[in-house]
Design a protein around this ligand. Structure first.
Ligand SMILES: [Zn+2]
Length: 373
């Protein structure tokens, strides 16, 4: 069990995370039936806010298990306990830990948080690690993803893992994602940080957290949809904990845009233009000259020295590059073809579109050589 950081109860500090943890234990601990009352939890719900119901539950628990001689059932003083309060490692805390059911013996709460969750088991952590092992990342970044998983478990007892499509995405996978409805990305093939094995999305699937009435949500999604619907501020605390660990010195990754909550990557992209980097990568990987400006890629078509607009990454990937007959004629004029070369026709344009797509295929195959600068 995570230890409370301060006292909970009458006149105590009552930090929200400590109150939530003590409440959750009282909620999960059953008071034995008496002549007048059926067996029931000491507390009916938890909210991280100290009040009369919490005090009554602490007092009832103390009357049953702390200020009592368990043989004679007589009231007795207990020098290691404080009436109406639970203190770190005092007799009341020790008795709470002794009485809470084994299934709830490892409850946790984030600093400042109010949502209590079950600590992940070693097996759950191992599952997430094995998922990572089966994925494709640049070696330098794989180390950081692993460190993030390890540190989230060490610091918070949570087994985070790589979300679906959070590992290295092929250009084809990026294109499929681009077409997805509702939209999840604006990045075309080769334009996402995920296409080069140095970015990931990490999430919280199967985080088992306690609803206010103590019911455990055992089916949480990667993106914390359940907790987000329950209490967005509390869900954001989990994302913030992930980012703090992920960008901390023990992991050393960087976060993406603020709204992209699961995202971590290997570099700071505040000044990185992914289209410009793709143009450089296309040029380094293939046989043509590339640049990006005005929202489109420009390419020398492997012929002349000038670059001609050929469209977006999605258009080029989909064999719909905007290159024209006139472009190709002009490129040939720059660097004349041998006598007897066939005339430029629609078929020439089709062949050029395939040649441009082939350059993207080379860049995809050569993904490990992409650089952010
Ligand atoms: Zn991402």
């Amino acid at each position: 069990m995570q230890l409370i950081t301060g006292a909970v109860g009458q006149g105590a500090a009552n930090a929200a995370h400590d109150v939530a943890l003590v409440q959750a234990i009282l909620l999960k601990t059953t008071r034995a039936a008496t002549a007048t009352c059926a067996a029931a939890p000491y507390l009916a719900s938890y909210d991280g806010v100290y009040g009369p119901a919490t005090l009554a539950a602490i007092q009832a628990f103390q009357a049953d298990h702390v200020f009592v001689n368990t043989t004679t059932q007589q009231c007795v003083p207990n020098p290691n306990a404080t009436a109406g309060q639970v203190l770190p490692n005092d007799a009341t805390w020790t008795q709470l830990l002794a009485r809470v059911p084994a299934a709830f013996a490892e409850l946790r709460v984030l600093p400042g948080g109010k949502r209590v969750y079950l600590q992940a088991t070693a097996a759950q952590l191992q599952t997430r690690i094995m998922e990572l092992v089966a994925m494709t990342f640049a070696p330098v970044f794989r180390v950081k993803v692993r460190a993030c998983i390890d540190q989230m478990h060490a610091q918070h007892g949570i087994a985070v893992g790589v979300c679906p499509q959070g590992d290295r995405r092929t250009f084809a996978a990026q294109y499929a994602l681009l077409l997805q409805v509702p939209s999840v990305t604006n990045a075309g093939p080769g334009e996402s940080n995920h296409n080069f094995g140095m970015a990931t999305d990490i999430g919280f699937k199967d985080l088992a957290w306690l609803q206010a009435n103590g019911t455990v949500d055992n089916n949480e999604t990667w993106w914390l949809h359940h907790l987000n619907a329950n209490n967005m501020a509390q869900a954001n605390l989990f994302w913030e904990a992930l980012r703090t660990v992920g960008t901390g010195c023990l992991v050393g990754a960087f976060r993406g845009p603020v709204h992209d909550r699961p995202h971590l990557q290997n570099w700071n992209d505040a000044t990185v233009s992914t289209p410009a980097r793709l143009a450089a990568h296309l040029q380094a990987s293939g046989t043509m000259q590339w640049s990006h400006s005005g929202g489109v890629y420009r390419c020398n078509l492997g012929m002349g020295t000038s670059k001609y607009p050929v469209g977006t990454a999605a258009q080029i990937w989909n064999l719909q590059a905007t290159v024209t007959v006139a472009n190709i004629i002009q490129a040939r004029a720059e660097k004349p073809m041998p006598p007897g070369s066939p005339p430029v026709t629609a078929a020439t344009v089709t062949a050029m579109r395939q040649a441009l797509r082939a350059q993207f295929d080379l860049a995809d195959t050569n993904w490990q050589n992409w650089t952010a600068s």
